[in-house]
Design a protein around this ligand. Structure first.
Ligand code: SAM
Length: 264
């Protein structure tokens, strides 16, 4: 998968080069390009924002630097003012073949569709994701309209609160998507038992020692009885989901009699 991120604070994204995602990049499972929006602003001050039409507080990100940056990401248009790495400037779309799937442009925004595990799973099949990190009051709407000619544009919120910029939101989504790419997580089984995988939250987890500061590990987990352990874990998942996220439970249609007995 190819991921490009455009931001006025490219250093924010450095965290992605660490840990499992960094390893995935080193192994060639993920190809990450980070681009400084200001490299596509050609006035003396490399201006990327201006006052909003219609008045109001705050500044709005100007359309033209975004258009040039996104064209660059597509391998079209002029090189940035300060050249990116050679790898960043290659045409990744097989432009002109008409066969490559459209890249997906994710625009982090508190006014977007709420990102969740289902969307992460969907995006994990994409060939090319591009993240447009807004700042100030956000990006001139015409950029999103114009980008729709070349991208599938997806304004996306990571929750009902407001951040200062799209960088952290992009990192959240990139991490959630990348760990679903085959090979990124060493043991793929660890993905199947996680919270949100099947609509239930995860069961409580424990490790050695069996007694710690007077707190015991539930005895069933020491029993070696795999069927009983599986039932105990499912029961705890049901209880936890009912307590913390009853909205998730309401969406489940495959609860059996044993499940219902735990919830009653
Ligand atoms: N004026 C915008 C609004 O009211 O919807 C908020 C702009 S916010 C201060 C600046 C940028 O932070 C946004 O353009 C977006 O990139 C990012 N951002 C803030 N909250 C976010 C959220 N919950 N999810 C995703 N991105 C967010």
């Amino acid at each position: 998968m190819r991921i490009d991120v455009v931001s006025i604070f490219p250093d924010y994204l450095e965290g992605l080069t660490l840990s499992l995602i960094g390893k995935a990049i080193d192994q060639g499972l993920l190809d990450l390009g980070v681009h400084d929006l200001r490299d596509f602003a050609f006035d003396r001050h490399r201006t990327v924002d201006d006052s909003p039409y219609g008045g109001g507080a705050g500044m709005v990100m100007k359309a033209e630097p975004w258009a040039l940056a996104l064209e660059h990401v597509l391998g079209r248009g002029p090189a940035p003012a300060e050249a990116d790495s050679a790898a960043d400037s290659q045409d990744r779309l097989g432009e002109g073949t008409g066969e490559a799937p459209r890249p997906i442009l994710i625009v982090p925004s508190p006014a977007g569709e709420v990102f969740d595990q289902r969307i992460a799973e969907d995006l994990a099949h994409a060939q090319h994701l591009v993240f447009a990190c807004g700042r100030y009051e956000g990006i001139d709407q015409r950029v999103l309209d114009w980008a729709g000619e070349s991208f599938d544009v997806r304004p996306m919120s990571i929750g009902d609160y407001v951040l200062n910029g799209g960088e952290v939101a992009s990192m959240v989504m990139i991490e959630a998507v990348s760990r679903l790419i085959p090979g990124v997580i060493g043991n793929p089984e660890s993905l199947t038992e996680e919270s949100h995988e099947d609509g239930l939250l995860e069961y409580p987890i424990f490790t050695k020692p069996a007694t710690w500061r007077g707190h015991e590990v539930p005895e069933i987990l020491l029993s070696g009885n795999h069927a009983a352990i599986a039932r105990w874990r499912r029961d705890r998942r049901l209880e936890r989901t009912a307590e913390v996220r009853p909205d998730l439970l309401a969406e489940l249609s495959d609860l059996d009699a044993a499940d219902r007995a735990v919830l009653d």
